[in-house]
Design a protein around this ligand. Structure first.
Ligand code: PMT
Length: 210
């Protein structure tokens, strides 16, 4: 099968030396890509800026911004059987990108931000029969309630809910715990473990009906 997986953060430029981003290390998405490739699937990984090596047998496409990630994903999404959005895509970007380094003054400044494209929601609108679309929900509260909302609103087959904001799971850590919820009402709880072994289980669930 053909997998398309996204990973890492995006960077949204303010000026040539500053940007808006988040704490995603890419570990979860890279672990998923490695697990998919190890299971014999053709795997494309679209990644924001991270300090990780591409897993074996994975085609890596490196991007920086949400717009670049959206463009690269759309080039290959139609021919993908299973798509997993593990990237932490910035929801907002500065409206104005300064061409020179901004000089500081004595007062406060305000950055005006605009929405980026919700890549996963766009994929949900053009999903074709038989294609499996999975997203992650990164939540600090009401984990399953918020995750279910994303599953339904973005027309997904699976949402993989993880708590973020703590030390031992979610962003940056080597371990994670997730609850997978399907559009068919399945609920699979995967307790805390290394992201690499967790990824093997997630890939196995996503391919089980195929
Ligand atoms: O990279 P690590 O340090 O290993 O951390 C892993 C992780 C916590 C980043 C990962 O497990 C995770 O939760 N990824 C999704 C982070 C996120 O952006 O969650 P969200 O709930 O804000 O977004 C929901 C879904 O919409 C996600 O699949 C996201 O990729 C997608 N999205 C969000 C915004 C946007 N503009 N476009 C999107 O496609």
């Amino acid at each position: 099968m053909k997998f398309l997986i996204s990973a890492g953060p995006t960077r949204e430029k303010i000026d040539p030396v500053r940007f808006i981003t988040n704490y995603s290390s890419g570990k979860m998405g890279y672990a998923l890509a490695g697990a998919a490739a190890d299971a014999g699937h053709e795997t494309i990984l679209v990644s924001g800026p991270v300090c990780l090596e591409a897993p074996r047998n994975v085609t890596l496409i490196s991007v920086e911004t949400a717009a670049e990630m959206a463009a690269e994903i759309k080039k290959v999404s139609d021919s993908s059987d299973i798509i997993i959005m593990a990237a932490a895509v910035a929801d907002y970007r500065p409206i104005k990108v300064h061409s020179e380094k901004m000089k500081k003054g004595s007062g406060n400044i305000t950055l005006e931000l605009e929405r980026t494209e919700d890549i996963l929601a766009s994929l949900g609108k053009i999903k074709h029969p038989g294609q499996i679309l999975a997203g992650f929900a990164a939540e600090t509260n009401k984990l399953l309630e918020n995750a279910l909302k994303k599953l339904n609103e973005k027309n997904l087959d699976w949402i993989i809910a993880n708590e973020v904001g703590g030390k031992n799971s979610g962003f940056m850590s080597d371990e994670n715990s997730v609850t997978m919820l399907s559009a068919d009402g399945e609920k699979i709880v995967l307790p805390l473990e290394n992201k690499k072994s967790l990824a093997v289980k997630i890939i196995s669930v996503l391919t089980s009906g195929k």
